[in-house]
Design a protein around this ligand. Structure first.
Ligand code: FES
Length: 157
């Protein structure tokens, strides 16, 4: 049993920061056409030393257990990171203690990275919950490709 699998199992048994964040400042969604999995991440920002930093992060995911394990790790290690620093994190960074992902699981980490980047690019200060499409709606708007950023329909005027 590889180290990664042990750690991933542990993270999956008790995932952190699962669920929609009611008072989030931003939300991002990514989907993988390879496996059909979707992941959504919510971010809440605060200010520290004049910099915008991530106060907390949460996520919701259907399907892949590895993506859940990575998102659990990632949402923990994003706390306190500046937006700039968070943008620079690679999928390998986001897996934290899980260690490098096995080759066939690399896209699971990219899914988490995709949702994070989407959330970082959508820094609306006041997210209107009513305009946020459900995960199911986002899945239905998913297109072909590897990792796809799914725009939020609430952006449209
Ligand atoms: Fe596709 Fe993990 S198997 S995200």
């Amino acid at each position: 049993m590889s180290n990664f699998e042990d750690k991933a199992r542990e993270a999956m048994a008790n995932p952190r920061n699962v669920g929609e964040m009611e008072d989030a400042d931003s939300v991002g969604t990514a989907g993988s056409a390879d496996c059909g999995d979707m992941l959504r991440m919510w971010l809440k920002f605060t200010e520290k030393d004049g910099k915008k930093v991530i106060d907390r992060a949460s996520f919701q995911s259907f399907g892949c257990q590895t993506a859940i394990a990575v998102a659990s790790m990632a949402t923990e290690l994003l706390k306190g990171k500046s937006v700039e620093d968070a943008r620079k994190l690679s999928p390998d960074d986001l897996t934290g203690d899980l260690g490098p992902l096995p080759p066939m699981k690399i896209h699971c980490g990219q899914l988490v990275e995709g949702a994070l980047h989407n959330a970082l690019g959508e820094n609306r200060e006041q997210q209107d919950e009513a305009t946020t499409p459900t995960l199911a709606q986002s899945i239905s708007s998913q297109q072909q490709g590897n990792i796809k950023i799914v725009p939020l329909e609430g952006d449209q005027e």
